[in-house]
Design a binder for this molecule. Structure first.
Ligand SMILES: C[S@@+](CC[C@H](N)C(=O)[O-])C[C@H]1O[C@@H](n2cnc3c(N)ncnc32)[C@H](O)[C@@H]1O
Ligand code: SF4
Length: 380
């Protein structure tokens, strides 16, 4: 299928028509039960965390930002990690209630949480639902015991199946993460897993190609992901199979049934504003025509409109829909056509890596495989 056709159908109408700058809140929980050897997300392994003390700080940080942004309408809240399913549900509820007190929230606000399948806490998923979470993202990562072990996960396949059942029972909006292109993984093994994943009936799937990140245990052990051509075949199969089974790709690693895109992640990819609460969380905020990069704790650094524009290109090209030119202008006050390198754009178009309509600039399927090149060429 041509990427242009895909564009027309992959994003919800609301995100195409409403080009105002939206607003969300990201809450980071930087603790895990153990460190997975591939993961370079900031996280600490600590069992006796003083949860109440940390949440008190989070509430204070929310108060601080509410002073500046109290007139904004919250589109989504996202509890990410680390492992936020380790936070006591009553404390999650406290944070959600606090946000509702301090800001006006959208009636259909999306409130997501990333959960690991190995919690030994009984009724975890129903408690999370009760606490106000309405979208659950489950980090399954692999659908066989051997690879779960290799990935250093603390859950096995039986625990993953139990968690999958419980998530499906307790939530209407759910997502599952899997990692593919594992060392020595064959295309047919991945095909079996992806078919299984579709069979569960989650509303959203995130399929991440394994990357060996500097500083991780895999990096130190010189683990190598699946070979490039195998990984490419897996990626192409994933796109095609999920498209045929009701999950069109809408971002490099993300696939959704109609209307179940991650509204929170779309805030990042479409250049909206978001607060970041918690160690290693970051945010972006536009106040008047100034742009701020937010970091822990309550640090803000002004960034220029051009820096923001470049971020919008980096994020926007990840989407099948691409960069919405009008939204781009609304966010950073710069015309996309004036910002990007016209000679390089023409070349990328002739190489069929980029396409353009009156409203959007987007990477083709081939282009999305070489995003770094596109970004470098367009922004130079
Ligand atoms: C914030 S992380 C982890 C969330 C949760 N703690 C978990 O482990 O399920 C979000 C996702 O990024 C993906 N991820 C992390 N490191 C990765 C890597 N090196 N390569 C590919 N995917 C990765 C995993 O699928 C993970 O679920
Ligand atoms: S993958 Fe998830 S559980 Fe594993 S260390 Fe990273 S954040 Fe923690």
């Amino acid at each position: 299928m041509k990427s242009k056709d895909m564009n027309a159908e992959t994003l919800p109408d609301s995100s195409r028509k409403d080009n105002s700058v939206k607003f969300g809140i990201y809450i980071h929980w930087p603790f895990c039960l153990s460190k997975c050897p591939y993961c370079d997300f900031f996280s600490q392994i600590k069992k006796d965390v003083e949860q109440e003390t940390i949440i008190k700080e989070y509430l204070e940080d929310l108060d601080f930002y509410a002073e500046k942004t109290g007139d904004r309408v919250v589109e989504s809240i996202f509890f990410g990690g680390g492992t936020p399913s380790l936070i006591k549900p009553n404390l999650i509820e406290k944070l959600i209630n606090h946000i509702h007190q301090k800001w006006k929230c959208k009636k259909d606000i999306e409130i997501s949480l990333e959960a690991n399948p190995n919690s030994d806490r009984k009724n975890l998923f129903s408690d999370l639902r009760q606490a106000g979470i309405n979208r659950l993202s489950l980090g399954v990562q692999a659908l066989n015991d051997k690879d779960l072990k290799f990935l250093g996960r603390t859950h096995n396949l039986a625990q993953a199946y139990t968690a999958i059942d419980e998530v499906l029972q307790n939530f209407d909006n759910h997502s599952m993460d899997l990692i593919y292109a594992r060392p020595k993984q064959t295309l047919s093994a991945w095909q079996d897993e992806i078919k299984q994943a579709v069979h569960f009936g989650f509303k959203h799937l995130s399929m991440y190609q394994l990357t060996i990140e500097e500083g991780t245990v895999f990096y130190k052990k010189q683990v190598e992901a699946a070979e490039e051509d195998v990984a490419r075949e897996m990626y192409l199969f994933t796109n095609q199979y999920l498209q045929e089974n009701g999950y069109p790709q809408y971002e490099v690693s993300n696939y959704a049934k109609k209307g179940f895109h991650s509204r929170h992640n779309l805030l990042y990819w479409q250049g909206d504003d978001y607060l970041g609460i918690g160690k290693s969380a970051h945010g972006r905020l536009k106040i008047g025509n100034k742009f701020y990069a937010l970091t822990h704790r309550r640090q803000e650094e002004e960034i220029s409109a051009s820096e923001r524009a470049e971020e919008l290109i980096i994020m926007g090209l990840r989407l099948n829909e691409g960069i919405d030119k009008e939204k781009f202008y609304n966010v950073c006050g710069i015309n996309l056509a004036e910002f990007i390198n016209p000679k390089n754009l023409a070349e990328l178009k002739s190489e069929k890596l980029i396409e353009e309509t009156q409203t959007h600039l987007f990477a083709t399927d081939e282009g999305r495989l070489v995003l770094n090149k596109l970004i470098e060429d367009l922004c130079s």
